[in-house]
Write a protein that binds this ligand. Structure first.
Ligand SMILES: NC(=O)c1ccc[n+]([C@@H]2O[C@H](COP(=O)([O-])OP(=O)(O)OC[C@H]3O[C@@H](n4cnc5c(N)ncnc54)[C@H](O)[C@@H]3O)[C@@H](O)[C@H]2O)c1
Length: 268
């Protein structure tokens, strides 16, 4: 497809839902061939089908981002299918350990006591760190290895969160993982810059995805965005636009930055 990313190849983790899906569709509309890497087979295949319906090229690869073997496989299959790799977007994430399973008993929004650090089993902390932080590291590193071998540079865009800076009382593991993503972004920007690889991150505020829907369900549907300067939540497409900026040549002199896409959080 013709567009700003014509001829480019991207991988989007977490592309089976929410902001990962919106990003996959936008990158494809701008001409990129997109691999969707997700544990959610149904959602991932749906996103791939939506891209093909638009006339784009897509591949779904079942991938657990916390598994190094899965991540290596996703990058290798992308390079085999599309011939190269230009960009990696690490949108896969969980807000609590059993998020993918949809386990209500350990949902910290429904049961704040389950999210309290004093009660939380260590393996639940480990799971969140494994997916959100180690997963982003594995994906970014494997993408960079591929890009360095190909010798043409590239871009990596990570997903942090405003909660990296503003911790609520029951999401300690999530907040620590996301502030880790902020520093990972800076570290890899420093390391990979000499190879022409730019590394940036978005830090979304309350975005209307299945992840936020769980928060809204617990709070009786009350809006999360009312106290922000822009006084609203946002759509996943509004974050995808910023990911496109970091992925495209429009941000050619920007690296190591985490940009809040957050309705003005902390401005007042
Ligand atoms: N929605 C928000 O308000 C919000 C705010 C700030 C940051 N974020 C972050 O943005 C990113 C996207 O979140 P979203 O709101 O679109 O959520 P979402 O639940 O709609 O999508 C997350 C996707 O990640 C996938 N995933 C989960 N664990 C995985 C794993 N181990 N391997 C591969 N895929 C996995 C899920 O299957 C799902 O498709 C996440 O990193 C999240 O932490 C979300």
């Amino acid at each position: 497809m013709a567009g700003e990313l014509e001829g480019r190849v991207s991988i989007v983790t977490g592309g089976g839902s929410g902001m990962g899906r919106a990003t996959s569709l936008l990158l494809a509309r701008e001409g990129a061939a997109v691999t969707i890497a997700d544990v959610n087979d149904e959602g991932g295949e749906q996103t791939a089908a939506q891209i093909e319906d638009l006339g784009g090229e897509a591949l779904f690869v079942h991938t657990d981002v916390s598994s190094e073997q899965d991540v290596v496989n996703a990058v290798a299959r992308t390079a085999n299918r599309f011939g190269k790799l230009d960009s990696m977007v690490t949108a896969a994430g969980i807000s609590y350990a059993k998020y993918v399973e949809g386990d209500d008993d350990t949902d910290p929004f429904l049961h704040p006591e389950a999210g309290a650090s004093l009660n939380k089993p260590t393996e639940e902390w480990q799971k969140v760190i494994d997916v959100n932080l180690t997963g982003a590291m594995l994906c970014a590193r494997e993408a960079a290895r591929q890009m360095v071998n190909e010798g043409h540079g590239g871009t990596i865009v990570n997903f942090a969160s405003i909660l990296a800076y503003n911790p609520p009382p029951t999401l300690m593991d999530y907040c620590v993982s996301k502030v880790g993503v902020v520093m990972l972004t800076r570290c890899f920007a420093v390391e990979f810059g000499p190879h022409g690889i730019r590394v940036n991150a978005v830090a979304p505020g309350p975005i209307e995805t299945p992840m936020l829907a769980r928060v809204s369900r617990a709070s009786g549907g009350s809006s999360q965005g009312g106290n922000l300067p822009l006084q609203r939540t946002a759509q996943p497409e509004e974050v995808a636009e910023v990911v496109l900026f970091f992925t495209s040549d429009r941000s050619s002199y920007v690296t190591g930055k985490t940009l809040g896409v957050d309705g003005g959080t902390n401005t007042i």
